[in-house]
Design a protein around this ligand. Structure first.
Ligand code: 5CA
Length: 156
């Protein structure tokens, strides 16, 4: 197992979130690919999108349903500053995850997290587990609690 996947497993255990990490053997880098591999709808995939605050330079994690886009205007209101897509190298350095494997779990303390409330309509969602083919399923409310993500209005 990769170190990043191990970190996700450890974070889930620490948060008392019972998950089974699955290595699919095929790419789950995008929401579409992940949905195909997991046999779920694309909306049940949790995208973990990292943006940087233009004023604070802090990183933010937005958990967004796979079929939706982050609404940057709404997200700006939620966080109180302009946002730009974070640089992949910075994401790698500061979160330890590569794009396509960024997980809602095992994020650094100083990354503030927000979640698209439409994720709560599902019994089960799937999220990345730290590698390009690693995913896990969870009940959304429990996942957002374990991720320390505040539910917010961040999609159109
Ligand atoms: N493993 C899947 C879901 S289980 C996954 O990680 N999906 S994702 O949506 O969270 O991650 C892919 C996202 O990374 C894309 O939606 C896109 O927003 C973002 N991304 C892709 N390329 C870049 C890039 N060059 N810089 C910053 N973000 C990027």
């Amino acid at each position: 197992m990769s170190k990043s996947v191990d970190r996700v497993a450890a974070a889930a255990a620490e948060a008392a979130l019972s998950i089974e990490i699955k290595r699919m053997g095929e790419s789950t880098r995008t929401a579409d690919e992940a949905a195909r591999q997991c046999g779920c709808t694309v909306d049940q995939i949790v995208k973990s999108l990292i943006f940087a605050g233009e004023t604070s330079n802090r990183l933010y994690l937005f958990l967004v349903s796979g079929g939706k886009q982050l609404d940057l205007d709404k997200a700006r209101v939620v966080v109180g500053e302009n946002l730009t897509r974070a640089d992949p190298h910075r994401i790698r350095e500061e979160t330890g995850f590569a794009i396509g494997g960024v997980s809602p779990l095992a994020q650094p303390q100083d990354v503030h997290r927000y979640a698209d409330r439409t994720l709560l309509r599902f019994d089960q969602v799937w999220a990345a587990a730290g590698a390009h083919d690693a995913v896990f399923a969870a009940e959304p409310k429990a996942l957002l609690a374990a991720a320390g993500a505040k539910v917010a209005d961040i999609v159109p």
